[in-house]
Design a protein around this ligand. Structure first.
Ligand code: GDP
Ligand code: MG
Length: 163
């Protein structure tokens, strides 16, 4: 059985870095819905015994502040629809922001299967943000560092029973 994991969250939380770590160089563009899915990157990932498809909502970086909210919502909703499980990243060094709350709300409304991850959790600088992530009300967060490759085993532990 394979599944699709969408990495979602506001710009700069480390989605693409994690995507690249999970996928390596095997990435492709998703192009079945112009304007939205061309901003979603899709790749094949392998973690332990699990093989799955991973989606990065990559199209937010060039959005202006004005266009960001609507674009974020559309992209995230599309990613949720394509995915079996959403990996919702926050930046543990920053903590939970109002924009993170908007994402949490989208995921709740969509009734998505969500794993919250406090990313950038390497070292101690992410401790407070990790604790704040509980307040999103989307379950126990996973501590991750996409850049340093930390917490990937914990992510696997959480994925295995639901995959
Ligand atoms: P995206 O906008 O969510 O796709 O975020 P990116 O993957 O482009 O990363 C945004 C910034 O955060 C970059 O400067 C990354 O180097 C940095 N970053 C990503 N992952 C980590 C991490 O695990 N720890 C730290 N300290 N920085 C990270
Ligand atoms: Mg990105």
């Amino acid at each position: 059985m394979t599944f699709t994991l969408a990495i979602v969250g506001r710009p700069n939380v480390g989605k693409s870095t994690l995507f690249n770590r999970l996928v390596g160089k095997k990435l492709a563009l998703v192009d079945d819905q112009p304007g939205v899915t061309r901003d979603l990157r899709e790749g094949a990932a392998r973690l332990g015994d699990l093989k799955f498809t991973v989606i990065d909502s990559a199209g937010l970086e060039d959005a202006t502040d004005d266009s960001l909210q609507g674009r974020m919502r559309r992209l995230t909703e599309r990613a949720v629809e394509m995915a079996d499980i959403c990996l919702f990243l926050i930046d543990a060094r920053v903590g939970v922001t109002p924009v993170d709350e908007v994402f949490a709300d989208i995921l709740r409304r969509k009734n998505a299967h969500v794993i919250v991850a406090a990313n950038k959790s390497e070292g101690k600088a992410g401790d407070a943000g990790y604790l704040e992530a509980f307040s999103l009300g989307l379950g126990e967060p996973v501590r991750l560092s996409g850049e340093h490759g930390e917490g990937i085993t914990d992510l696997l532990q959480v994925l295995m029973p639901i995959a």
